[in-house]
Design a protein around this ligand. Structure first.
Ligand code: PLP
Length: 381
């Protein structure tokens, strides 16, 4: 099935006496076990509503199996803690979601796992970071918030060559724009809170991989207990039916906004992989089916106060944290996703005080361009 069809149909489980089209919500947290082959329990990640969503995600990501978690961070932390043990070393891309960066620096060394952050995960830099104890390589592309592009197939084949497990955070791309498993990556993680949920009203995460790796992650997942309830699963399933439609519209709107901002004299810099002058444009074109709905830019303003003044002029695009929803949102990464980094660390990763990140929604592009134009005019007058 093509992706739009998988969004609508994959995994659906509607074998009920009433023949309703939608998967019923199994409200039970207790399930009979005498006549079953498997003990079903929400924290065992095997209730019917959890399985439907996992099957839809597997169809979209071309994975064999997966687990659904209560947040993206639960997916990230559980996956890493399950695949690594005391004495192991992990290589991560330096440009990571702030929460992932904080998890790695606050938790991994505490449990005896060392790590190296590489500036650009090119084969040369990965090779230089490799240690005899390295077990895992972790990337995120497009990256947050500067939309840097990593060559997914190159990382996947390098990891295979060194018998390392490769993991990617595919949140920004969504499964509609990028499928890392066929490109050679072992484990795909999503913060479903973003595009998969898509309406800024759900919090969940997912890990999609092979049956073998899912089984390795599973034991730790049960112990850490970050599962999702059935009612949320039903909302996730419903949201994902429109994932493809939403993302295609978000791709188109983001391209229009990026081109508009790049032409605008009140803007210093635009970061969007769909712009031919973006350093990752060629790789993105090869490995992505769309350039995504996320972009960042620096308006010609002074510091955090100038950036905030600009955001306060906007009438349609809403200053808010999070991304991937149907409504366009804007935020200053220095004050939101990257607030836990020190000023020095933010400087190192290129997150300036003026940087603004837009999560482009599904509104009419003309209204979004007009909104940006009037806000830029207001602050420059
Ligand atoms: N990965 C990326 C790229 C994110 O942007 C986020 C959240 O902003 C996460 C992971 C964490 O997801 P959650 O907030 O669902 O735990």
């Amino acid at each position: 099935m093509k992706k739009s069809t998988s969004c609508v149909h994959a995994g659906n489980s509607n074998h009920t006496p009433a023949h309703g089209l939608n998967t019923p919500i199994y409200t039970s947290s207790a399930f009979g076990y005498l006549d079953t082959t498997e003990n079903i329990y929400p924290r065992y990640y095997n209730t019917p509503n959890q399985e439907v969503v996992v099957q839809k995600l597997c169809a979209l990501e071309q994975g064999e199996a997966g687990l659904l978690f209560g947040s993206g961070m639960a997916a990230i932390s559980t996956t890493m803690l399950a695949l690594l043990q005391k004495g192991d070393h992990v290589i991560l891309q330096r440009d990571l979601y702030g929460g992932t960066h904080h998890f790695v620096s606050a938790e991994l060394e505490r449990v005896g796992i060392s790590y190296t952050l590489v500036k650009e995960p090119t084969v040369d830099q990965l090779e230089a970071a490799l240690q005899p104890t390295t077990k895992l390589v972790y990337i995120e592309t497009p990256s947050n918030p500067l939309l840097k592009i990593t060559d997914v197939a190159a990382v996947g084949s390098w990891a295979q060559q060194h018998r390392l497990t490769s993991v990617i955070d595919n949140t920004f791309a969504s499964p509609i724009n990028q499928n890392p498993i066929p490109l050679g990556i072992d484990v795909v993680i999503h913060s479903g809170t973003k595009y998969l949920g898509g309406h800024s009203d759900l919090c969940f995460g997912a890990t999609i991989t092979s049956q073998l790796l899912r089984d390795r992650i599973y034991g730790t997942a049960i112990n850490l207990g970050g599962s999702v309830n059935a009612a949320t699963c039903a909302l996730i399933e419903r949201s994902m039916k429109t994932l493809s439609l939403r993302v295609i519209q978000q791709n188109k709107n983001a391209q229009a906004i990026a081109e508009f901002l790049q032409r605008h004299s009140g803007v210093q810099q635009v970061y969007y992989p769909g712009l031919p002058n973006h350093p990752g444009y060629n790789v993105a074109q090869q490995q992505m089916q769309g350039f995504g709905g996320m972009l960042s830019f620096e308006p010609a303003v002074e510091g955090s106060a100038g950036a905030e003044q600009f955001m306060r002029q906007l009438r349609v695009i809403t200053p808010a944290i999070s991304l991937g929803g149907i409504e366009s949102l804007i935020c200053a990464p220095a004050k939101t996703s990257h607030i836990k980094l020190s000023a020095e660390e933010r400087k190192q990763v290129g997150v300036s005080d003026e940087l603004l990140r837009i999560s482009v929604g599904i509104e009419d592009a003309e209204d979004l361009l007009e909104d940006l134009e009037q806000a830029l005019t207001m602050i420059h007058n």
